[in-house]
Design a protein around this ligand. Sequence first.
Ligand code: GAR
Length: 193
Amino acid sequence: MVLSTGYNKTRTAVFISGTGSNLKSLIKFSKTNKSPITIEIVISNNSKAKGLDYTKKYNIKKKVLDFKNKNLTENNLLIILKTNNIEMICLAGFMKILSKNFIKKFKGKILNIHPSLLPKYKGLNTHKRALNNKEKYSGCTVHFVNDRLDSGKIIMQKKVKISKKETEASLAKKILFQEHKLYPKAIIKVFNL
Ligand code: GAR
């Protein structure tokens, strides 16, 4: 990934909607020497997102935008990102779909983590669907975001075995644990592409 702002590390925004456990793992990673990114701002579409607590704890800027009027919100968001010299975006449990126009402005610079082995189980309720289909494995995927849902180029995946007694909750927990390790690895890979 090419840097253009002249900063040492790539200034990154993380978009969240909920718990923010991936945000936490990315913040921790960003503070290590091997990280090519710094996290400058957290964007949430949800003012009650638990993940926003990490912005306080780690002293990171935050902005809550309600996305009710997507066009208007995204235009606002583009200004915020520009003002903060943001070059890369990591979606981390962000449950809104960004417009084609927005994605075009950050072409090849938006990453997402998804709790399935894409191209299987795009969209919501991934664990439920994997269990219903009696899958033996599921996992998580970090991919580039393009204008089709969960369909951008895959960067890295981690497979997880589904046990006989697996429940949606136990599978979600197992996969989330792997997500926290996979996202930083995938970011490093992107900078070596
Ligand atoms: C994660 O499992 C992430 O993969 C998933 O939401 C969870 C967020 O957890 N993302 C999606 O389903 C996106 N379509 P977190 O808030 O604790 O990081």
